[in-house]
Design a protein around this ligand. Sequence first.
Ligand SMILES: [Fe+2]
Ligand SMILES: [Fe+2]
Length: 278
Amino acid sequence: MSKVAGASWSIDDIPYRALDRESLRDEPLLFELVTSASFIEITSDVYTRNLVDYFRDDPEVAGWLADRWEREELQHGAALKKYVQTAWPEFDWQAAYRLFHAEYGPLCTPDRLAPQRALEMASRCVIETGTASFYRALADASPEPVLRKLAAAISADEVRHYKHFHRYFLRYRKSEKPSRFAVLRTLLKRAADVETEDTYCAYKAIFLSRNPGFDFERADYDAYRDRVLALMRGHFPHTMAVKMLLKPLDMNPLIGRAMLPAAASATRLFLRRYDGPI
Ligand SMILES: [Fe+2]
Ligand SMILES: [Fe+2]
């Protein structure tokens, strides 16, 4: 895979040969987390298409989405896939991904975008907050050095994506003038949606490919989510996530401080229970 023009790293910069498989021996949760992330990232083009279409008459945004954002998200997927295949070669990544794609693909439809462009940009800020925090936590939690390096590189990309979306949010806010309440409602709604149906479908696909013939039940996902929460508790960068989450509200510092407890609980929503269809 060639380097994405302007990107700060490429898949060739990741030293997969130095991967220390021994340190992953007792880390089944890292296997599930990294595989799940690889499925979601490598499917980025499905939801990017919706977004590019939504912003088609804004060449600057549409161009950035297609030339940088989508390609970097796909690179995250490719780099994580290569990590999974190097670290856990006995796992059939391709077969499990087919299961994931069959279920998750149809859920990605254009009508899930926000009704106003400014609000969609705010919504994207939440998603990038979630991914930047997740990969920061993953880098911190990993006992394996190559995964630490890869997760840190991805996290830095997600922070840069956030900065772009935030800049576009400010631009659209000027022309569309959404109320602060509408922005807050969008942020909270999106925070509640993040890490639910995509991680649910990803875990289900991993579970079914590792346990052929078994039934998958919501309780299996709930148990997984509890294990993820327990791991994240010690590594999730709450301060960074809360700051990023509050920024589109552009509050004076006093109100911002008063909002912190609400925003902190919003960050926990990244990992809430999935209540959608099984
Ligand atoms: Fe990503
Ligand atoms: Fe991103």
